[in-house]
Design a protein around this ligand. Structure first.
Ligand code: 26W
Length: 824
C-alpha cells in the first residue's frame, strides 16, 4: 500500500460511495488494526486483516450473544452437547454470512485495498476433531443457534488439533497443527469459570447417615479446567450460543519451594504433566486409543462440563431435583460416557441426593448417540486403570451394575451367558468397563445416526439391552448445515437456486424441490454447468499449486475424500483406477470418458495399512500421470492435508461422489449429503445414509452397486470368498497380479504384496466381491456423462431432493423426540 493511499485512508478518504453499513464496518476494522493488533496500517499482513475483521464481526455477535442469554427464560430447557471433538474449520465466513454482513465486509475491505477472499484464507482451520463425528458436532452447533435453541457445546480446547499431513515420496508424515500460534480472535478466556477436576487417591467410607453411607474421595491430584468461550452465530443472527472448551491448568503452576532451591526444571515438570491433558487431540479414528491420557481427557472435560451445568442450574433453581426438566445432555459417542458415574457422584456424594432419586435425575438428563459399530472402536477401559484413576467412579459403576443385574434377576432366571452379555463389566478380555453399556443404561434415549445403522445397533451391539428396554433406541439420521456446505462453499450454485426457487430457499431447504420443474430446462442446465465449471477451474488451479499436476476441467471429477480406512474402501477405488488404466492402454482408440480421480484423507499415525493405501495412491498416480498413452483420458491426484477448508473447495467442484464403504460399516456418512447437495452424482453402496439418500433423490438418480449388509454378513461366512471372487473376475485378477508383481512400484516390487495377499486370504471388507459390480457402475456413469442432458437431470434431482438432510431437520427431531424441547 503506497504512502499516499495510507494518508488518504487515515484521513477517512476512500469512504465515498460506501453504504452506511460498509462505512461502519470499515471504521471498526481500521480501529481493530490499530488498537487490537497494535499495528500501523501499512505493516498489516493478511493475518492482521483477518484478526481485525474477526474482532469487528465478533463485536456484533457479542451483542446478540448477551441478548440471547438474557432473553432465555429461566424455565427454558437447554441442551448441553458433550463432545470430545468439534471440527469447526474456519469461522469468519460463517459469522459474517449468518449476520448478513457479507456485502458490508467485502466493501469495507475493498475500500482499503484488501480482498475479502485473501482475508478469509488467512484464518487457520480449527481442526479439533478427526472426521465425521467432530464435523457433525460443528454442524449441530450451527443448527441449534439457527433454529433458536438454547444450547452449550462442551469440549476440550486442544492446543494442537488434528495433525497436518505432509507427504514425501508417497509417505504420510504427521506434523503438529499449531492452530493457536497466532492467537484465536473468536474465543474469550474465562479465568473466573474454572473447576477442579480430581484424579486418583482413595475413598473413605463414612458412617451411615439418613441417606445411606457417605463416601469421601481423597484424590491424589487436582487439575483446574478453565473455560474458553466461542460464540456460535445462527442463521440471520437469530441466536448466538456458546461453545465452551476447557483448557487444563496446574493448580500450583510453579512449585515455588522447588524453584527457590534451584530446581527450575523440576518445578515445571508437574505443570507440564497436568497440562498435557488438553495439549493434543487423539488422532485415532475408529481405533482404540487405549492410553491413560485419553481416559484423563474424557473425564477432564466431562467432569468440568457437568460441574458447570449443575452450577448454572443452581443459579436459576433452588435444587437439583428438576435438573432433567431444565437440561438435556447429549453424549456424542461414548467418549463422555463417564458422565453417568460423574453425575451420580455429584448428586449422591456432593448434593446428598438419595441414590434412586439421583438415578432418576441422571437417566432423565443423559442421552447417548452411537456413531460406529466397528468392534475395535467400542470403548472399554480396564477396571484396574479405572480403579486407579477414578476410584469413586468405579465403585459407582459396580453399584449401577449390581442393581441392574438384580433388577433383571427379579423377572427371569439369569444364565451365566446372559449376565456375560448384559453386564457393564466385560470379563472376556481382562476385566474391562464397557462404556457403551454404561452410556446405554444411564441414558433416557440412545440413538443411531441413520436408519440402517440404528437397525444394526438394535440387532448387534445392543441387542440384549434393546430387548430389555425396547423403547430406548431411536433413529436420528444425520444432517449437514446448508449454510456452510451450499451457501458459503458454492455461491455460484446458490445464486441460481435463489433465482429458480426464490430467496426463501435459504431458510427452507424443502423449497429446493421447485428445481424439479426445471429439470429438463436446457438454459438452467447450461447455467449449472457454468457454475460447476467455475468451481472446477478453481480446484484445478489448487491442484496445480499444491501437487503440480495439471488436470482438465472438462473431464469427470471423480472424488473420494474422507479418513483413510479399510472399511471406506479407498483400495477398491484405487484398484478400479488401475484396472481402468490398463483397459485404456489395451484399447487406446476407444472413446474413453475422460476422468480425473481425486482423493484426499488422513490416516491414523499408527494405521499401517491405511498409510500403505496412501502410498499406493501416489505410486499409481505417478504411473498414470507419467504415461502419455492415457493422456487426456485419465489423471489421478492425491491432495495432501485434507481438512474442512479443502472440503469446501473440492465438494462444489465434484461431478461424482464416491461413497463406497462395505455395506453395514459406515454408520451414516455426511460427506455423501454435502456432495449430493452440490449436485454431484453418488456412486455408492447401500450403506449408512446412502440408503435414505436413494429414497429421497430417487433410485434412478444414484448409482448403487455391491452387496447389501445382509449379503455381506452371509458372504463373510465363506472363508474362501476372496479367492473365489478373484477367480470369477479376469479383470480383477489381472489388476491384482500386476500390483502384486510390482507394476506400480518398480523400485520395490514387493511393496504391495501383503496388501494383495490380504485380499485373497482375508478380504474382510469385500473389496474383491464388490469389484465387478463397482466396475460396471463406473462404466454406466461413463455412458451417462456422454449424455449430458441426462447427467444434469440426475444432478438437478440430487440438489432438489436433498433438503431433508439439513441438520436443522435433524436437530428439530432431537429437540422433539429426545430432548423434549419445543422449537419454533
Ligand atoms: C475410540 C476411538 C474412536 C474415535 C472416534 C472411536 C470412534 C470414533 C468415532 C465414532 C468415529 C466417527 O467419526 N464416526 C463417524 O460418525 C459420523 C457422524 O455420525 C458418521 O457419519 C460416520 O459414518 C461415522 O464413521
Amino acid at each position: 500500500m503506497g504512502c499516499q493511499v495510507l494518508k488518504q485512508i487515515e484521513n477517512g478518504q476512500g469512504q465515498a460511495g460506501l453504504t452506511e453499513g460498509a462505512a461502519a464496518m470499515r471504521s471498526a476494522i481500521l480501529s481493530k488494526i490499530r488498537y487490537a493488533s497494535g499495528r500501523e496500517l501499512g505493516s498489516a499482513r493478511p493475518h492482521d486483516w483477518f484478526v481485525a475483521t474477526a474482532l469487528a464481526v465478533r463485536d456484533r455477535a457479542v451483542d446478540i450473544w448477551l441478548d440471547s442469554i438474557q432473553r432465555t427464560p429461566t424455565e427454558a430447557k437447554q441442551v448441553a452437547y458433550f463432545s470430545l471433538e468439534f471440527l469447526i474449520g474456519r469461522l469468519l465466513e460463517d459469522a459474517v454470512s449468518n449476520l448478513a454482513l457479507t456485502d458490508d465486509v467485502r466493501e469495507a475491505l475493498a475500500s482499503l485495498g484488501i480482498d475479502y477472499e485473501v482475508v478469509k484464507a488467512a484464518e487457520p482451520d480449527a481442526a479439533l476433531g478427526n472426521g465425521g463425528l467432530g464435523r457433525l458436532a460443528a454442524c449441530f452447533m450451527e443448527s441449534m443457534a439457527s433454529i433458536d435453541l438454547p444450547a452449550y457445546g462442551y469440549g476440550i480446547r486442544y492446543d494442537y488439533g488434528l495433525f497436518r499431513q505432509v507427504i514425501t515420496d508417497g509417505v504420510q508424515h504427521e506434523v503438529p497443527e499449531d492452530w493457536l500460534s497466532f492467537g484465536n480472535p473468536w474465543e474469550f478466556e474465562r479465568p473466573n469459570i474454572a473447576y477442579p477436576v480430581r484424579f486418583g487417591g482413595t475413598v473413605e467410607t463414612g458412617p451411615e447417615t439418613g441417606l445411606g453411607v457417605g463416601h469421601d474421595w481423597h484424590p491424589a491430584e487436582t487439575v483446574m479446567a478453565v473455560a474458553y468461550d466461542t460464540p456460535v452465530v445462527g442463521w440471520r443472527g437469530r441466536r448466538v450460543n456458546t461453545l465452551r472448551l476447557w483448557s487444563a491448568r496446574a493448580v500450583d503452576p510453579l512449585k515455588l519451594d522447588a524453584f527457590n532451591h534451584g530446581d527450575y526444571v523440576g518445578a515445571m515438570a508437574d505443570r507440564a504433566r497436568v497440562e498435557a491433558i488438553s495439549r493434543v487431540l487423539y488422532p485415532s479414528d475408529e481405533t482404540p486409543a487405549g492410553q491413560e491420557l485419553r481416559l484423563r481427557q474424557e473425564y477432564f472435560f466431562t467432569s468440568a462440563s457437568l460441574q458447570d451445568l449443575v452450577r448454572r442450574h443452581l443459579e436459576r433453581n433452588p435444587d437439583v431435583t428438576n435438573l432433567a426438566e431444565r437440561s438435556a445432555i447429549q453424549l456424542n459417542d461414548t467418549h463422555p460416557a463417564i458422565a453417568v458415574a460423574e453425575l451420580m457422584r455429584i448428586l449422591v456424594d456432593e448434593k446428598r441426593v438419595a441414590w434412586e432419586e439421583a438415578w432418576r435425575i441422571t437417566t432423565g438428563t443423559l442421552n447417548y448417540t452411537n456413531h460406529t459399530l466397528l468392534p475395535e472402536a467400542l470403548e472399554s477401559w480396564p477396571t484396574e486403570l479405572m480403579e486407579r484413576l477414578l476410584p469413586r467412579h468405579m465403585q459407582i459403576i459396580y453399584l449401577i451394575n449390581w442393581l441392574h443385574l438384580e433388577k433383571l434377576a427379579k423377572d427371569r432366571p439369569l444364565t451365566d451367558d446372559f449376565i456375560k452379555r448384559v453386564s457393564l463389566i466385560d470379563e472376556g478380555h481382562g476385566r474391562r468397563v464397557r462404556m457403551g453399556h454404561l452410556a446405554f443404561l444411564g441414558s433416557r434415549r440412545v440413538n443411531g445416526v441413520s436408519a440402517l445403522h440404528t437397525d444394526l445397533v438394535r440387532e448387534t451391539v445392543f441387542s440384549d439391552l434393546h430387548a430389555l428396554y425396547p423403547d430406548r433406541i431411536v433413529n436420528k439420521t444425520n444432517g449437514i448445515t446448508f449454510r456452510r456446505w451450499l451457501q458459503q462453499a458454492n455461491p455460484g450454485l446458490t445464486e441460481i437456486l435463489i433465482e429458480v426457487a426464490g430467496p426463501a430457499v435459504l431458510d427452507d431447504p424443502s423449497r429446493l424441490e421447485a428445481l424439479m420443474r426445471h429439470a429438463d430446462d436446457a438454459s438452467l442446465r447450461d447455467r449449472l454447468r457454468a457454475a460447476r465449471r467455475h468451481n472446477k477451474d478453481i480446484l484445478a488451479r489448487t491442484i496445480k499449486e499444491r501437487v503440480g499436476i495439471v488436470v482438465d476441467p472438462d473431464a469427470i471429477f471423480d472424488v473420494q475424500i474422507k479418513r483413510i480406512h479399510e472399511y471406506k474402501r479407498q483400495l477398491l477405488n484405487l484398484i478400479e483406477t488401475a484396472a481402468l488404466y490398463e483397459a485404456i492402454r489395451a484399447e487406446p482408440h476407444r472413446d474413453w470418458t475422460p476422468r480425473v480421480k481425486i482423493m484426499a484423507g488422513k490416516a491414523a499415525s499408527s494405521y499401517h495399512r491405511a498409510k500403505l493405501i496412501i502410498r499406493f495412491a501416489h505410486d499409481l498416480a505417478r504411473r498414470i500421470n507419467d504415461d502419455p498413452a492415457v493422456r487426456g483420458r485419465l489423471k489421478m491426484v492425491f491432495l495432501p492435508n485434507y481438512n474442512v477448508s479443502l472440503a469446501e473447495c473440492i465438494i462444489p467442484a465434484a461431478d461424482l461422489s464416491e461413497q463406497i464403504s462395505t455395506a453395514g460399516m459406515e454408520a451414516s456418512g455426511t460427506g455423501n449429503m454435502k456432495f449430493a447437495l452440490n449436485g454431484a452424482i453418488t456412486i455408492g453402496t447401500l450403506d449408512g445414509a446412502n440408503v435414505e439418500i436413494r429414497e429421497h433423490v430417487g433410485a434412478e438418480n444414484i448409482a448403487i452397486f455391491g452387496l447389501t449388509a445382509p449379503e455381506v454378513a452371509e458372504r463373510r461366512a465363506d472363508p474362501d470368498h476372496g479367492r473365489a471372487a478373484i477367480a470369477r473376475s479376469p479383470r480383477l485378477a489381472a489388476t491384482l497380479y500386476a500390483m502384486r508383481a510390482g507394476a506400480y512400484s518398480p523400485e520395490d516390487r514387493t511393496r504391495y504384496a501383503a496388501l494383495v495377499e490380504g485380499l485373497s486370504d482375508n478380504d474382510t471388507f469385500m473389496v474383491t466381491d464388490d469389484f465387478d459390480s463397482y466396475w460396471d457402475a463406473q462404466r454406466g456413469l461413463d455412458a451417462l456423462w456422454a449424455d449430458q442432458p441426462h447427467w444434469w437431470r440426475e444432478s438437478i434431482a440430487n440438489t432438489a431432493r436433498i433438503g431433508w438432510f439439513s441438520s436443522d431437520r435433524t436437530i428439530r427431531e432431537y429437540a422433539d423426540e429426545i430432548w423434549r424441547i419445543p422449537v419454533r
